[in-house]
Design a protein around this ligand. Sequence first.
Ligand SMILES: NC(=O)C1=CN([C@@H]2O[C@H](COP(=O)(O)OP(=O)(O)OC[C@H]3O[C@@H](n4cnc5c(N)ncnc54)[C@H](OP(=O)(O)O)[C@@H]3O)[C@@H](O)[C@H]2O)[C@@H](O)CC1
Ligand SMILES: Nc1ncnc2c1ncn2[C@@H]1O[C@H](COP(=O)(O)OP(=O)(O)O)[C@@H](O)[C@H]1O
Ligand SMILES: [Mg+2]
Length: 280
Amino acid sequence: METMKNLTVACLKQVIKPRPKQSHKGNFGKILIIGGNKNMGGAVIMSASAAVHAGAGLVTCATDSSNFFALHARLPEAMVVDHSDFEALTQAIKQADTIVIGPGLGLDKLAKQILKITLTAVDPTTTLIIDGSAITLLAQQNEPLRPTCQVIYTPHQVEWARLSGLALTEQLPQANQSAQQKLAAHIVLKKYHTEIYHLNNTLSRLPIGGPYMATGGMGDTLTGIIAAFMGQFKTLAPADVLDAAVYLHSAVASDLSQSKYVVLPTDIIEHLQTFMAQFS
Ligand SMILES: NC(=O)C1=CN([C@@H]2O[C@H](COP(=O)(O)OP(=O)(O)OC[C@H]3O[C@@H](n4cnc5c(N)ncnc54)[C@H](OP(=O)(O)O)[C@@H]3O)[C@@H](O)[C@H]2O)[C@@H](O)CC1
Ligand SMILES: Nc1ncnc2c1ncn2[C@@H]1O[C@H](COP(=O)(O)OP(=O)(O)O)[C@@H](O)[C@H]1O
Ligand SMILES: [Mg+2]
């Protein structure tokens, strides 16, 4: 088994570069965020806000229509699609180059239908980030659909237990990696010192971040940063881009924790642009 690489700030310097002058919004990711039911609209707002503030070119949210006003009020940069309009949803899935599914999606019948449509309609060239409720739903299926595109799962330890079948005490690097290989996807196993199992069989460990990040919505925010990075740094190695996104999330939190007892997801979102400017 490969040794686990401890990530440092070097992973950000390697990925975040000045933007090419000849460029436009279409070059920096067409992101679709699918999530946010009637009770968890905040999850999709945080994911989409993180994506926009981390540099995504175009962001659309497929969500419950009751979230449209709040989303537009917080984030006028984002477009919306009603996730119960399956025709519009399918079209949005086909237009995106990077998709997040799961933040605040819920586990009901509609959520299951939306997940099925997404896994069926997604283009092989798309990067699909599967989080939260979507992981739990997949874990409940006997023979879950496995899309042919590049997939990044972002489970916390309980979601990983559901998906991998490994109890928390069994979640050791070797066992995690063999479960990851069966899934043929990247796994971001979120915890104190998050571990990243890449599709190319390399492993990274995040030595920063801490309990000041333990607020609901923190993982939803991470999905938006990952989507923005995968969407805008397409020419770089996916494993490096994924590491940089995960590192950035906790690096901003770690900085802010010097003056804040707890760092909120929205605090991180607000500081992404300034933090990233240091590297360009
Ligand atoms: N504002 C919004 O709209 C928000 C919406 N959200 C959305 O809610 C949906 C459900 O996601 P979820 O993680 O809350 O529930 P679920 O997967 O059932 O896990 C519960 C079980 O796992 C445990 N546990 C939880 N976290 C853990 C961790 N990090 N590491 C280890 N263990 C952990 C937990 O432990 P306990 O609390 O019992 O101690 C319990 O046993 C999802 O779609 C998400 O996006 C949230 O993001 C909040 C803000
Ligand atoms: N004690 C901690 N140490 C380090 N990181 C933490 C800690 N608590 C939470 N986090 C981070 O916060 C995020 C929590 O993700 P998740 O549980 O999916 O949140 P949510 O679903 O509420 O958005 C992860 O990135 C995790 O690493
Ligand atoms: Mg989560």
